[in-house]
Write a new protein. Structure first.
Length: 106
């Protein structure tokens, strides 16, 4: 009886872990989406002129920042980030954040 409950509990924990892993972004797809980002942040994500470095940025912080730009909660001069984020889905933003998190920081 105890073994059956333990097995069910272990299976439940594995399913939760699998679901959490699936919730993250796909860095390969993020790299494909990053073409527009590189115009300001550079191909290496280390920033150009006034655009900040985003290479090596914490994935969750980057994701939250992109969401804040899209919602208008966070702004920049000329609302450039709003223009670039308004067409992104949450999955797109997660993928971009995952990609930039893989790059070495600036």
């Amino acid at each position: 009886m105890f073994t059956g409950k333990l097995l069910v509990a272990v299976m439940f924990m594995l399913l939760l872990a699998y679901g959490a892993a699936q919730a993250g972004g796909d860095p390969v797809r993020g790299q494909e989406l990053s073409a527009n980002c590189s115009d300001c942040h550079g191909a290496d994500g280390k920033g150009i002129d006034d655009a900040p470095a985003i290479a090596g940025m914490d994935e969750m912080q980057h994701f939250e920042a992109l969401k804040a730009y899209k919602s208008g909660e966070r702004t920049d001069d000329g609302e450039v980030m709003l223009m670039f984020t308004e067409e992104l889905s949450e999955q797109d933003m997660a993928d971009l954040a995952a990609y930039y998190a893989t790059l070495s920081g600036g």
